[in-house]
Every structure is written in structure tokens, then in C-alpha cells.
Design a protein around this ligand. Sequence first.
Ligand code: AMP
Ligand code: MG
Length: 407
Amino acid sequence: MIPVEEARARLLAGLAAKGVEWVGLDDARGRVLAEDLIARRDQPPCAVSAMDGYAVRGADLAEPGRTLRLIGRSVAGHGFDGAVAPGTAVRIFTGAPLPAGADAIALQEDATADGDAVTFAEAVAPGTFVRRQGLDFTTGSLALAAGAILGPLQLGLAATTGHAWLPVRRRPRVAILSTGDELVRPGETPGVAQIVSSNATTLAAMVQAWGGEPVDLGIAPDDRAALARAFAGLDDVDILLTSGGASVGEHDLVQEVATGCGMSLDFWKIAMRPGKPLMVGRLGRTTMIGLPGNPVSSAVCAILFLRAALRAMLGLDPTLPVRRLPLAAPLGPNDRRQDYLRAQLEDTAGGIAVRPVQRQDSSMFATLAKADALLVRPPHDPALAEGTPVEVLLLAEALSDLQRFPV
Ligand code: AMP
Ligand code: MG
């Protein structure tokens, strides 16, 4: 058995960031920017008015009650061609170019027009309500740094800085194979002693949430020839995920058959619970992650290892934030495996606390689907009293969707 951190480091050591592809703005949501994005224009492109009113020379309105002669209009998209000479003013609207000669905006609320004579009730200092050229951003400045996750606001910034096409990381392709004679697909009726396969559904949704592209390899029975067929033709796959058949039972054939197909084993058996039989190896240019079949083990291993692998391939920080919260109930001592306990968050008088669910059997998926967090217990952790701060992985954070909720 190797420690979780060593396993994760060895998995990541074999992975490189994916290459770059160009996508249009409309297809870029949830993608990861691969190169710095530099502004191609100034915003605003020239000095503009921040208000509806009159473009004036501040020197003309040094005190209240002055009257100026109206000589034209400047509206958004159509500036005034002439210049504001001393004693004159131009009607102007929000976002319209500031005419030559003008240096301030007088509010329309403070102006009274009579023919082409406009009288201003207030004094106006130079610079008032003028947005200078490049106030928002200037040509050549950094709009978005490489590694930015493209959410709605980042896409808008890319558009306004002059980019219709964006360089993004290619999506890692992840093939998912479920193994087991007992499995039927969702929607099929299981026979006696059969169950509905759920791991592939969970894993495909995780792959999508984490920025990858799932490839469905279906279900292989516990049969050498069927497994060998599934392991062929993975040329354009970055990661092969298998679930099930990873232990040491005589029906656990995944490692044996993969090895026969040329897989070189990197490591197997992690000092963790759930998820001990996790296996990692290389099959050609594909990284193979053999997940245990138990649905909780499979999902927890994916959160700890698959998420990190996908993020590394997208050029993102692979670490999952660890929170510290007080225990809502005492805990007994831990053994030599790192424990990931399904847990619920609770509002207590002292703030939010974390309570592990009663039964932690790795076949019990319903408790994971209802849990808020995984409480992490290091190997040989002593018994802990209620209120002791513990490390927690929040499932909402772990499963957050690059496409919907960039973090
Ligand atoms: P295995 O690792 O093949 O020994 O499987 C361990 C347990 O996980 C068995 O009880 C299986 O029925 C269950 N299991 C295996 N694959 C899946 C799957 N795709 N969906 C749900 N449960 C599974
Ligand atoms: Mg099995």
C-alpha cells in the first residue's frame, strides 16, 4: 500500500497539459484559456461622456448662471464633427464622444435651453463626467491570464477586448469501461442477482464537470476476451477509466488482461478507505486508472485522482481545497489507512460543524449522494473529541462544474 499523496504525485508525474485549439466565443464557456489574452483596443476608444447633458469647456462654467450657445449634438456612435469654441456647448448623451475643445459635461438637469441659448445653474470643473480614453482597458494590456476558466464574465471581457476566437486547452478524452457480469445498463431490467450499473453515469458526469470529454465503452463481462477487446483501439484516449474487477478475487481480471494488452503497471493498492484497490498504469499513450467497483470507492477515488489528473491536463492547479471544521460528534481512533468519511454539515451554536454519517460501508451509495462533505482522517489519527477541528473536502467544491460555476 502506498500513501494517497504519493499515489497522486506519481499519477500526475505521468501527465502533461493538453495542446491548444481555437474556439469561437459561443463555444468557449467552461474552457480553459491556454495563452494570455491581450487587449486589442482601448475602452472607451476615445474620451466619452458619462452622462446625458452638454459638452462644455470648464473654463466657461467657472461659476453658476452662465449661458452658452448650442452648436450641435454628439450621440453614441456618432460624434460631433466640429469643435467646442469658448462660449459654446454641444448637446451630448451617455457614451457619446467628447467633442474637440470640450473638457467637461454639464448635467442636463442643471441646464435650461431657450432656442440655441443654454443657461447652466451650476459651475462645472474641467474633467467632470468625462470618461477618458482607455479608462476600462488599453491596447496591449493583459485582459485574461493563461489558465483563466472562461465563465460568462470572462467571455464578455474577451469579446470587448477584441477577441472573437480564443485559444483553449483541448479537452482530455476519458474512456469509461464498467466491468462485471452482474451489471446492466440504466434503463435495462436487471435479472435475479443483477444490479444497475451506476459508476459510468457518475464518472461521465464528473468528467464533463471537470472539463473532459467522456467516451462510453459500455459494460464488459468478467471475461478475458471481452476485456481485451475493450482495451484495444484507445489511440485517441488520454485516460482509460475502468470500474470493478480491481481486487484479488478470481473474477477480478482487469489488471491481468490489461497487462497482457501491454499495460505497464505504475502502482496498485493505496492506503486509503474507501478505494484501496485503485490501480494506475500506462497503456500506450493512455493513462489507465483502474477504479474499484464499489460505487462509493469509485466516486471517492475519482474525486481524489481523476479530478487532479484532468486539471493537470487542463493546466489548472490540481489540488482540492481542504477546509477545517469542528467535529459535531466524537470519533474513535483511525488505523493505518487514510479515511474519507461521508459527512453532513450542521449549523451549531458555535458555527458550522461536520458530522460523519453512522455507517460508512463503501457499497452504500445513497449516503454519499446525500452527503455534504468527505471528512479526511490521516493514518493513525487518535480518537478525537467533539469540537476538534478536522480536515474536510466539500463535495460541492469537488464536483463544481467548470462550465457552470468556474472556480
Ligand atoms: P468489484 O470491484 O468488481 O469486485 O466490484 C465491487 C462491488 O461493486 C460489487 O458489489 C459490484 O456489484 C459493485 N459494482 C461494480 N461495478 C459497478 C458499477 N458499474 N455500478 C455499480 N456498482 C458496481
Ligand atoms: Mg466485479
